[in-house]
Design a protein around this ligand. Structure first.
Ligand code: ZN
Ligand code: ZN
Length: 364
């Protein structure tokens, strides 16, 4: 039996999203049906709507969600009906060449639900990042549902499913921040601020937030940046060197995804320093670097996919940090909105007015 619910759908490139009737099947083998309680509005949802991800319209948007397991299909053992979960867009398969080598956080064949969710006329929907959670119910692969502590409120908890995990993991998992490190984060939106919070928790002695927007620098200070640099007014490379005895930072996290900011990150590292790129570029962007410096500076240049996270390991950890008051997930929730207000939330996001608008699903 298919369940009839409301969902936020992007029908064509650039067109405003619309609230549509969505048919969600009962879970088949290895699938889980989740009643969504809250879902954050992320830049990636907007990228889908703009055709920046792929052309598989129509999309069912939404992917930073917390909710309750409504039903599970055959063979599901990691969660049961009634469990409180956060949805992940990485569900390691266990059998790809990366999983088999013991690196499931890179899994090259992540699982999604096998059955499609559709519009009322049967048109197949492509769920954003294999989730599709701006809907009252959604269908995911069992491994995408990660059980967490019920005391974490859904508006805050759902956000660890994407942007916060990506930023936190970029600093802590990919960047391997350790006690005494100096860390600079370029781009202080949701992902960048999560990287700042992660660096602080991991013991960095200096955390520098860089952005062109004073409001974002204020958020950076809130999440623990010891220093902030407005790169519209000041050369960030020089300013980072000035704050690190002239040397540069041990780790620079690039959370913008542009050639200019990548170059800043490259130049702002100390010798043997690390650069982690977590900002997502577009296909036409190119970068040119002096090969002698690439060699001569040593260290590492890495990219971070989803914070190199293992959701089943890292989601409960982030929720524990939240419940202990060490990770301010509530601070990322700028506002809560209804399911019909996603289009307006995109505009607020584009204007830089919010870290996250979070859709709260109210109807049962
Ligand atoms: Zn795999
Ligand atoms: Zn996202």
């Amino acid at each position: 039996m298919a369940h009839e619910v409301r969902g936020v759908v992007a029908r064509e490139v650039g067109a405003p999203v619309s609230l549509e009737t969505v048919l969600v099947p009962d879970p088949g083998p290895e699938e889980v049906l989740v009643r969504v309680q809250a879902c954050g509005v992320c830049h990636t949802d907007l990228h889908y709507r703009e055709g920046g991800i792929n052309n598989e319209f129509p999309f069912l948007l939404g992917h930073e969600a917390a909710g309750t397991v409504e039903a599970v299909g055959a063979g599901v053992s990691n969660v049961a009906a009634g469990d409180y979960v956060v949805l992940a867009w990485r569900a390691p398969c266990g059998t790809c060449r990366s999983c088999r080598r013991g690196r499931p956080w890179y899994c090259f064949d992540s699982r999604n639900a096998a059955q499609p969710m559709t519009l009322a006329d049967g048109t197949r929907l492509a769920p954003a990042l294999g989730i599709g959670a701006f809907a009252e119910l959604t269908l995911v692969a069992a491994g995408q549902a990660v059980k967490i502590d019920r005391r974490a409120r859904p508006e805050a908890a759902g956000l660890i499913g994407c942007g916060i995990m990506a930023g936190f993991g970029a600093a802590v998992n990919t960047g391997e921040v350790t006690r005494g490190d100096s860390v600079a984060v370029i781009g202080c939106g949701g992902v960048g601020n999560a990287a700042i919070a992660g660096a602080v928790i991991a013991g960095a002695r200096l955390v520098i937030g860089v952005d062109v927007d004073p409001r974002k620098l204020e958020w950076a200070r809130h999440f623990g940046a010891s220093h902030t640099i407005n790169s519209r007014e000041t050369d960030p490379v020089q300013a980072i060197r000035d704050l690190t005895d002239g040397f540069g930072a041990d780790l620079v996290v690039e959370a913008v995804g542009r050639p200019e900011t990548y170059r800043q990150a490259f130049d702002a590292r100390d010798l043997a320093g690390r650069l982690v790129q977590v900002g997502v570029p577009t296909p036409e962007m190119m970068i040119e670097l002096p090969l002698i410096e690439l060699f001569g500076r040593g260290g590492s240049l890495k990219s971070s996919w989803y914070g190199d996270c293992l959701p089943s390991r890292d989601f409960p950890l982030l929720i524990d940090l939240y419940l202990q008051g060490k990770l301010d997930l509530d601070g990322f929730v700028t506002e809560t909105i209804g399911i019909g207000e996603v289009e307006e939330a995109f505009h607020k996001m584009e204007r830089g007015e919010v870290l996250r608008s979070v859709v709260v699903l109210t109807s049962g």
